[in-house]
Design a protein around this ligand. Structure first.
Ligand code: NAD
Ligand code: MG
Length: 345
C-alpha cells in the first residue's frame, strides 16, 4: 500500500485472497468486462458461475471457455458475490430478477457506479455493495492477466454490512489481476461523476468534436480530405501515445520546436474560456442528475435521439474518407487486435 498521493493505492500484498477463495462468484453478463472477470477469477482458482439469459448468444462462448452458465437468477441465488456486468441500462431490470437470491451478507459488486449513485438500483440493506472497476476495456483486462500483468483499477465501498466489504473487494480485485498494477480507492459518487464527465467533455465527446471541427475547417478551405483525415484523426493516436507514456512534456519534447511553439501559443485559443464554461455546465448536469435523467428517459423512449446522433456520426465525411484510407495502409497487428470487439449479444 502506498499513500504518497492523497489517495491510497493497493497492490497484491494488500489483498487477502482467503476472503474470496471459498466463495462462489456469479458474473452476470459475458461482454467486455464479464468475459474478462469470469475467466480471470476462474484462472485464479475462484469458483465462478456466469449468469446469462436462456436465449443469450453469449452462452455458447462462456461454455466454450469452460465456464458454468446458469440464468442470472439461479447464478445469483447460488453465489456469495454477485458481479453485475450487464450493460448499465439493463442492470435495473436484471437486478429485479436476482434480488430474491441475495442473502444477508452477500456482496453486490459493480464495475461502474451509475445505477447505485443515481438510485436506479436500491440494494437491500443487509448486503455489501462494492465496486471494482478496471480502468480499461475488458479484452485488455483479460490479455494483461494472461501475460502475467495487471490492469489498474478503482475500488469503492457503498455499503459495508459485514465489515469485510473492503477485504472482499480487494480479494476480487486480486482475482481479476488489478492489484498487480495498482488499485485506487474512490467512492461511487466520485467514480460515476468523473467517468461521465471525462467521457462526455474530454475523451469520447470532446475529442471526436475536436477531430471533426479540425477536419471540416481544412476541407472547407479546399485542402484534400485525405490530408485532413491524417492531420486531424490519424495523428491523434501518435500524440496521445506520447502523453500516455510520460505526460504532456514528453509529447512536447518529441514534436518539432515549431509544433511546440505553435501548439503552446494556439491551443488555448481553440479550447478557450467558452469551452471551459461548457465543461463546467456539463459537469453540473452530471452532478445534479440532469444527464442521468435524460439518458434514462432516452432509453425508456426507445433511444430516438441516440439513434439519430449515432447515424449522423456514422455518415460524417471523416468516416467516409477514413474507411478506404485505413484499408489502403498497413497498420500493426496490435492495433487490429485492440480494435476487435468482444463477443456480445
Ligand atoms: P457489454 O455491453 O460489453 O456486455 C454486456 C453483456 O451483458 C452482454 O455480452 C450480454 O452477455 C449481457 N446482456 C446484454 N443485454 C442483456 C440483457 N438485456 N439482459 C441480460 N443480459 C444482457 O458491457 P460492458 O461494457 O462489459 O459493461 C459492463 C459493466 O462494466 C458496466 O457497468 C460498465 O459501465 C462497466 N465498465 C465497462 C468498461 C468497458 O470498457 N467496457 C470499463 C469499465 C467498466
Ligand atoms: Mg466509462
Amino acid at each position: 500500500m502506498t499513500e504518497d498521493l492523497d489517495t491510497t493505492v493497493y497492490y497484491d500484498d494488500d489483498a487477502d485472497r482467503s476472503y474470496i477463495d471459498d466463495e462462489t462468484v456469479a458474473v452476470l453478463g459475458y461482454g467486455s468486462q464479464g468475459h474478462a472477470h469470469s475467466q480471470n477469477l476462474s484462472d485464479s482458482g475462484v469458483d465462478v458461475i456466469v449468469g446469462l439469459r436462456e436465449d443469450s448468444s453469449s452462452r455458447a462462448a462462456a461454455e466454450a471457455d469452460g465456464l458454468r452458465v446458469e440464468t442470472p437468477a439461479d447464478a445469483a441465488a447460488e453465489a456469495d458475490i454477485v458481479s453485475v456486468l450487464v450493460p448499465d441500462t439493463v442492470q435495473p431490470a436484471v437486478f429485479e430478477e436476482i434480488r430474491d437470491g441475495l442473502e444477508p451478507g452477500n456482496t453486490l459488486q459493480f464495475a461502474h457506479g451509475f445505477n447505485i449513485h443515481y438510485n436506479q438500483i436500491q440494494p437491500p440493506e443487509d448486503v455489501d455493495v462494492t465496486m471494482v472497476a478496471p480502468k480499461s476495456p475488458g479484452h485488455l483486462v483479460r490479455r494483461n492477466y494472461e501475460a502475467g500483468q495487471g490492469t489498474p483499477g478503482l475500488l469503492a465501498i457503498y455499503q459495508d454490512e459485514t465489515g469485510d466489504a473492503r477485504e472482499r473487494a480487494l480479494a476480487y480485485a486480486h482475482g481479476i489481476g488489478c492489484t498487480r498494477a495498482g488499485v485506487i480507492e474512490t467512492t461511487f459518487r466520485e467514480e460515476t461523476e468523473t467517468d461521465l464527465f471525462g467521457e462526455q467533455a474530454v475523451l469520447c465527446g470532446g475529442m471526436t468534436a475536436l477531430v471533426k471541427e479540425g477536419y471540416e475547417t481544412l476541407v472547407d478551405a479546399g485542402y484534400a480530405p485525405e490530408m485532413a483525415y491524417f492531420e486531424c484523426l490519424n495523428e491523434m493516436k501518435l500524440i496521445v501515445d506520447l502523453m500516455y507514456e510520460d505526460g504532456l512534456s514528453n509529447m512536447w519534447d518529441s514534436v518539432s520546436d515549431t509544433a511546440e511553439y505553435g501548439g503552446l501559443s494556439r491551443g488555448e485559443r481553440v479550447i478557450d474560456d467558452h469551452a471551459r464554461e461548457r465543461m463546467e455546465e456539463i459537469l453540473e448536469e452530471v452532478q445534479d442528475g440532469t444527464f442521468a435523467r435524460e439518458w434514462i428517459a432516452e432509453n425508456q423512449a426507445g433511444r430516438p435521439s441516440y439513434t439519430q446522433l449515432k447515424n449522423a456520426e456514422e455518415t460524417h465525411e471523416v468516416e467516409q474518407v477514413g474507411k478506404p484510407l485505413r484499408d489502403l495502409f498497413a497498420w500493426g497487428a496490435e492495433d487490429e487486435e485492440a480494435a476487435e470487439a468482444p463477443a456480445d449479444d
